[in-house]
Design a binder for this molecule. Structure first.
Ligand code: ADP
Length: 380
């Protein structure tokens, strides 16, 4: 049974704002996306009132989820600082989004004490380390690398999860072949989809791939916060976060707000990609997230027929860049047909060809990351 926008609005009449106004009349709702049983919208409020609205968000999500035919409901709370209003007490992040909008303050208790920006972020119970896999621009193979590294870490005996934080272009559903929608447990937490032994979460599980979505900065953070904190991840040694590509405001806010242990930067060898990678490293440094190292993806072309190697993009650029920036160089992954076909068929090489040379390369890189994480620094 198809669920439409009007049904959602009717259900939302049962939920009132902190001032007692039914939600559809409170002028806070974004466009409502209702497609294929999946409903998504945001509640946009003044940052100073965000705390009072948290409960409303939860109730809105619950009534929408109760509509027959709704399989998934995701309601994001986004907060705007209206011109002239005082900054909310809990907003301590110095970064202001370009359109004068700040993300809503984190409503969770804060984690580690101290003064660093990382200390302002709440740890996620049960997760020992969160690492980001990032790139200065799209299309360099970041998501493919993130998934294969997560599998490599799994093969090293770690309990690993993968969060696809690429809201604009989630690729984890395609790379893992997962079409399933997450369900919710009795504690109202989303249950991640487990594939290849990895709990996975992606906005792509919640919203159809062809649904156009307009995300403003705070909506991105709100959705990612829910995918981090409102998911029953269980006990994990490492959660790998596949970051949105680039070094814009959304990425910076994310780097600030997610309690990251470190970041792995993926680049191709071309000069332009390396310039972007450098920007990425600088961005994470700015928010005190250490770079665990750089990976050169599509490092050289390996002919699938004869195995001959050609350095079509030049070669070694990322290694030199790592040396120059005094960060670890984690390894080179060739441009190879089987990596592409396996990935795009939902069967990443570490899983589908575990004895192959490419799986070996990913596992070697994973081992270096594991070493970094256990505190034995691999110096550049
Ligand atoms: P990003 O996350 O940086 O946008 P993806 O991981 O989605 O990039 O990769 C983009 C495309 O490149 C995909 O089709 C993927 O299969 C392919 N790809 C990634 N890494 C390799 C590689 N080492 N060899 C061949 N194809 C690759």
């Amino acid at each position: 049974m198809a669920v439409d926008k009007d049904q959602v609005l009717t259900a939302l009449r049962a939920v009132t704002s902190p001032r007692g106004v039914p939600l559809p009349d409170a002028r806070v709702l974004s466009e409502i996306t209702a497609s294929d049983g999946k409903v998504f919208f945001s509640i946009n409020v003044d940052a100073n009132e965000a705390r009072a609205w948290e409960d409303v968000r939860g109730r809105a999500e619950a009534v929408v989820r109760a509509i027959p035919g709704v399989t998934t409901a995701l309601v994001a709370l986004t907060a705007e600082r209206r011109p002239g209003s005082a900054p909310p007490a809990q907003q301590q992040h110095s970064h202001q989004q370009s359109h004068g909008v700040k993300p809503v303050a984190q409503h969770r208790p804060h984690g580690a004490p101290g003064d660093s920006p990382m200390a302002k972020q709440a740890a996620i119970p049960g997760i020992t380390s969160i690492i980001a896999v990032a790139s200065g621009k799209g299309g360099v193979g970041k998501s493919t690398t993130a998934l294969n590294l997560a599998l490599g870490l799994r093969d090293l005996g770690l309990r690993v999860g993968l969060l696809d934080a690429d809201i604009y272009g989630p690729s984890v559903p395609r790379l893992t072949g997962v079409q399933q929608k997450p369900t919710v447990n009795e504690a109202n937490k989303m249950i991640p989809i487990t594939r290849f032994g990895l709990p996975l979460m992606s906005i792509g599980f919640l919203v159809a791939e062809d649904t156009p979505m307009v995300w403003r900065g705070p909506m991105v953070m709100s959705a990612i916060r829910q995918m981090l904190w409102d998911v029953a991840w269980g006990e994990l040694d490492v959660l790998v976060v596949d970051m949105p590509p680039g070094t814009g405001d959304a990425q910076l806010t994310l780097a600030q707000q997610v309690p990251l242990k470190g970041v792995v930067i993926v680049s191709t060898p071309q000069d332009l990609a390396l310039i972007d990678a450098r920007r990425g490293i600088a961005m994470f440094e700015k928010v005190n997230v250490p770079t665990l190292g750089i990976i050169e993806n599509m490092s050289y072309f390996q002919c699938p027929e004869c195995g001959t190697r050609s350095d079509i993009f030049g070669h070694g650029g990322a290694r030199h860049e790592a040396e120059r920036l005094k960060v670890a160089f984690l390894g080179e992954i060739p441009l190879h047909m089987s990596i592409r076909t396996a990935s795009d068929a939902g069967a990443p090489v570490v899983e589908s060809e575990p004895g192959g040379v490419h799986a070996g390369i990913y596992r070697e890189i994973s081992a270096k990351i594991k070493t970094q994480l256990s505190g034995i620094a691999v110096s550049a």
